[in-house]
Ligand binder design. Structure first.
Ligand code: HEM
Length: 146
């Protein structure tokens, strides 16, 4: 007879005030960094109809929101680590954290190169890498939160 798998659900609890504030800042910045990239990409066909220089102007304006959000993600990301009992974290948690930091750096570099790129191929490749790495960081963050 196959062994039974017992799933034990734990009672939901509210996050304490400061933890809630830290995570709200982290998640808000993630919505701007990740969601903003997809929103601007989705609006691009319409933006193009507004004039030849419209995509550049929008990209510059978006950069003014994007990079402060990335800064907040880095600051609150390290705040997240200092707030958990990292000494007793499992090796799997530490491995996921290492990958998280790597994909965050890849996302930052790729989005930076995307903004600097002047060729169509460069724009497409760095834009895609930046978006994929950003989504990967978001998914890994959810697993880190447990
Ligand atoms: C592109 C950048 C990033 C994105 C999109 C992102 C996204 C997220 C998300 C969505 C969560 C889950 C929050 C929750 O479910 O409550 C999270 C948690 C977490 N993130 Fe990030 N993150 C980013 C950067 C970073 C960085 C740079 C670090 C570390 C230096 C970091 C460390 C963590 C940790 C430790 C948690 C778990 C927090 C906890 O359990 O209290 N993140 N992240």
């Amino acid at each position: 007879m196959p062994a039974a798998i017992v799933m034990v659900a734990t009672a939901p609890t509210l996050a304490p005030g400061l933890d809630g504030f830290r995570l709200i800042l982290h998640v808000l910045a993630a919505t701007v960094w990740v969601g903003g990239q997809f929103t601007v990409a989705g609006l691009l066909p319409t933006i193009r109809t507004l004039g030849d220089d419209a995509p550049k102007k929008v990209a510059r304006a978006f950069g003014r929101l994007l990079w402060p959000a990335y800064g907040v993600l880095l600051l609150t990301g390290f705040w997240n680590i200092s707030a958990v009992d990292a000494k007793h974290a499992s090796s799997a948690w530490n491995a996921v954290l290492g990958i998280e930091i790597a994909v965050v750096l890849i996302a930052g570099v790729a989005v930076f190169l995307h903004q600097r790129s002047t060729s169509k191929v460069g724009l497409a490749v760095w834009g895609a890498i930046g978006a994929l790495a950003s989504v990967a960081a978001l998914c890994l963050g959810v697993f880190l939160a447990g």
